[in-house]
Design a protein around this ligand. Sequence first.
Ligand code: SF4
Length: 255
Amino acid sequence: MAGNIEKSHPANSLLREDAIPSIWCPGCGIGTVISTFVETLEKMNADLNKICVSSGIGCTGKVADYLKLNCCNETPGNAIKCAVKFKLKNPKTKVVVFLNDADFIASGADDFIEAGRKGVELLVIYINNFIYIISEYKVTPTTPFIRTIDKNLELPFNIPHLAKLSGAQFVARWTPLHVRRLMYSITDALKKPGFSVIEVVSPCLMYYATEGKIGETIDRMRFFHDNTVIKHSEPTENLDIRTQDKIIMGKFVDK
Ligand code: SF4
């Protein structure tokens, strides 16, 4: 009987049901990235005992709480440090770090660059939601515009370029619309022996959609479709979002 069919989330196998429902807004790209990550692990038939997830604070910081995987979750700005420590103690484990603006450039950039320079085998998935404000007067370096724009003198970083200069062996950028391509990139990156970085451009719905900058959730997908272009191997110095008519997506470094 159709009415008796139990419905379950496709990513249930790796979700901590006791922690669900999540705090994430319906349609937020974080959920899309996590379900793509879970699906990728299942498709790869990955040994889940050999996967560890690290995340920091804010909405993205909840990733480690919701997954049935080895996790290390530390204080703000320490997600990469914690991941590196875990990796050194468990060299056979793949460590995946989920970051947002505050964990990353604002307070974890030195750890990011050091991990890249040392070639630590990590996969960093940076969900760029362009929102983090540390205080009314201090916007993070990846937040280009928001209510406090007139007070933000920082310019947003070109993340793929920073990743390449830091020594990443694999660098890609996608949006929550490009889930299949994101899955291919996660698969490729998890097979790399070195430092890998994937940026997912995913503006926060609370700030951007509700203020009418991108429209409703479905409009955001149309926005991604109409305003992105795929250019694999594009030199990373050309990937500054501010200088592009269309945001360039693709796989830029694959050593
Ligand atoms: S839409 Fe914004 S506030 Fe909502 S979960 Fe996503 S990042 Fe957080």
